[in-house]
Ligand binder design. Structure first.
Ligand SMILES: [Zn+2]
Length: 217
């Protein structure tokens, strides 16, 4: 059983690695978005609270998010197999609160240089049906999706300016949350550059070595 928190910039390939790690360690992949949807669908007390917040178009406050996480971590699958938390904590306050309500073996920082992430995201082009292309693909050059003939463009969210703003916010907030994990002896940084399979092997090796070393098994 393993209890991990995954950190990584947007565009670092965190989602892909989370799915692979979750399969490898048999630990449920818990992303904040899914967790909120589940809580609403289950209609728990906190789920109803979340629904009211989302209906009002507001952001779910930390306190409520922690209640949702607390409930989710009490499920049987987590008790048996641990968890792989993705998308939380994003701030140092959230990091401190999380470590109060849950035992975490390790925070894993999937490290991809900012320049690379910026390049990856700002070269992305998307059709109106959501097919994704790179700026050098024929579809992007011609501006038409070969699958559904809709327009292929850069999303407003993917312009270098927008991506830079998100990366800056990450540096200001999530990097501080990671520093807090580090101060607790709970951070492992792994090079996230390369093919997904290679990065995955690197992650598993580093995680296993670290946890063996800490003698937590
Ligand atoms: Zn398309």
């Amino acid at each position: 059983m393993i209890r991990l928190v995954l950190f990584g910039r947007q565009g670092a390939g965190k989602g892909t690695q989370a799915v692979m790690l979750s399969e490898h360690y048999k630990a449920p992949h818990i992303s904040t978005g899914d967790m909120l949807r589940e809580a609403v669908a289950e209609g728990t007390a906190v789920g109803q609270k979340v629904m009211a917040i989302l209906d009002a178009g507001e952001l779910v406050p930390d306190e409520t998010m922690l209640e949702v996480i607390h409930d989710r971590l009490a499920h049987d699958d987590v008790e048996q197999h641990g968890f792989l938390l993705d998308g939380f904590p994003r701030t140092v306050g959230q990091a401190k609160s999380l470590l109060k309500i849950a035992t975490v073996d390790l925070g894993v920082n999937l490290e991809v240089p900012e320049r690379l992430v910026l390049e990856r995201i700002s070269s992305r082009r998307v059709c109106q049906q959501g097919h994704i292309y790179s700026v050098n693909d024929d579809a992007a050059r011609e501006g038409v999706c070969p699958i559904d003939s809709t327009l292929v463009e850069q999303r407003d969210d993917d312009t270098p300016e927008a991506v830079t703003a998100r990366l800056d916010a990450y540096k200001m907030k999530t990097a501080v949350a990671m520093a807090y994990f580090d101060s607790q002896g709970l951070l492992l940084s792994v090079d996230g550059v390369g093919e997904p399979e290679a990065v995955f092997r690197r992650l598993v090796e580093a995680i296993d070595a670290r946890l063996d070393h800490d003698d937590r098994w």
